[in-house]
Write a protein that binds this ligand. Structure first.
Ligand code: TYD
Length: 143
């Protein structure tokens, strides 16, 4: 099992085409923009003020998270270190490696969190209990 830390996760700048009068357009393309091929796209929206999302880790899934609208904070945790990323630009995405606990918080009104994922939805890929996550990290970090 590949082990990554929070410093293996980073902001990816997307291609941005802009027109002075007609606004902007950004692109996510398989084989070009991302280190993985996209099998699934989902998005979080209508999140009430003060609510948090995420609170889980994935064993194998890779993701790119974009604030398609508004802003929010993604805090990632590899069991040893934590990093927080404030996302507020539709042309920037946070690339998440597998094995990161993530908390999404501080959603602005109208925020849309767009997620590009490397796999279809697989329930067994989730770790939803933080103590189980820490045990899992100990296991893979000591392999
Ligand atoms: P959940 O993972 O709890 O969302 P969050 O990332 O905010 O914690 O997902 C909410 C519900 O949606 C849950 O019942 C599972 C379902 N779901 C799918 O059916 N397919 C998907 O691709 C995703 C991401 C979630």
């Amino acid at each position: 099992m590949a082990k990554y830390n929070v410093f293996d996760c980073s902001i990816i700048e997307l291609d941005k085409h802009h027109s002075d009068r007609k606004g902007n357009l950004s692109i996510v393309e398989n084989g070009k923009t991302l280190p993985f091929d996209v099998k699934r796209v989902y998005y979080l929206y209508d999140i009430p003020g003060g609510e948090g999302r995420g609170a889980h880790a994935h064993k194998a899934l890779e993701q790119l998270i974009i604030a398609a609208s508004g802003s929010f904070t993604v805090t990632i945790d590899d069991g040893t270190c934590k990093r927080s990323f404030f996302l507020n630009r539709p042309y920037q995405g946070l690339y998440l490696r597998p094995g990161m606990w993530r908390d999404l918080s501080d959603f602005s009104s109208g925020a849309v969190a767009m997620v590009f994922a490397s796999e279809l939805y697989i329930k067994e890929d989730y770790i939803r209990d933080y103590n189980d996550f820490i045990k899992y990290r100990h296991l893979i970090d000591n392999e």
